[in-house]
Design a protein around this ligand. Structure first.
Ligand code: FE2
Ligand code: FE2
Length: 181
C-alpha cells in the first residue's frame, strides 16, 4: 500500500535535507582543513593520503550534487513562490549571491584538485595551505548564511503556500528522485 507523506512534512523534510547536507559538508571540511598540517608530519602522511582521496570523492559526489540541488530545485521553487516586489527581489538577490559563491568555491576547488590527486596517489606532499583555509572559510560563511538567512526564508515561503492550500510537494518528490538515482 502506498503511504502518502503529509504536505507539511514534505516541505519541512526537503528543507531539513539541505540543512543535513550542510552539517555533513562542514564536518568533512573540518577534517580537510587539517590536511596541510598532516602533510608536514611523517607520522601522519599515510592518513593524509586517505584524507586527500576522501576529499576528492566527497567534493565530486556530495558538494557538487548539493550545488545542483540548490540551483536546479530549491532556488527556482522558492523564486516561483515568492510574492512580487520586495520578497521576490530579496530572494533573487540571495540566489545570485549564493550561485556566485558556488562558482567561487568550485574554482578554488579546481585549483586544489591536481595537487590533491597527486597526494592521494602518493606522488607528492605539496599543497597550498592558504587555498585550503580559504576554501574552508568561504564554504563556512556560505553555509552559515544559507542556514541563518536563506533556508528560514524558504521555509516561511513554503509554509505560507501550504497554509493557502497551494503547496505541492514537488521539491521533496524531485529530491527523492535524485537521491534514488
Ligand atoms: Fe549553497
Ligand atoms: Fe547549501
Amino acid at each position: 500500500m502506498e503511504t502518502s507523506i503529509p504536505l507539511e512534512e514534505s516541505g519541512a523534510a526537503a528543507i531539513a535535507d539541505f540543512s543535513h547536507a550542510h552539517s555533513q559538508i562542514i564536518a568533512h571540511l573540518m577534517s580537510f582543513s587539517c590536511l596541510p598540517g598532516a602533510l608536514q608530519s611523517p607520522a601522519l602522511q599515510s592518513s593524509a593520503r586517505h584524507v586527500a582521496a576522501e576529499a576528492l570523492a566527497f567534493f565530486h559526489e556530495t558538494i557538487n550534487a548539493h550545488h545542483v540541488e540548490e540551483e536546479q530545485l530549491l532556488f527556482p521553487e522558492v523564486l516561483s513562490r515568492a510574492t512580487d516586489g520586495t520578497e521576490r527581489e530579496q530572494i533573487l538577490s540571495m540566489i545570485e549571491q549564493l550561485s556566485r559563491e558556488h562558482r567561487q568555491v568550485e574554482a578554488l576547488w579546481a585549483g586544489l584538485e591536481p595537487a590533491l590527486q597527486q597526494i592521494a596517489d602518493g606522488r607528492s606532499l605539496a599543497l597550498d595551505g592558504q587555498a585550503v583555509q580559504q576554501l574552508v572559510l568561504d564554504y563556512g560563511g556560505h553555509a552559515a548564511f544559507e542556514e541563518a538567512e536563506f533556508l528560514p526564508l524558504c521555509r516561511e515561503i513554503l509554509r505560507r503556500d501550504l497554509a493557502r492550500g497551494e503547496f505541492a510537494p514537488t521539491l521533496n518528490g524531485q529530491l527523492e528522485k535524485i537521491h534514488s538515482l
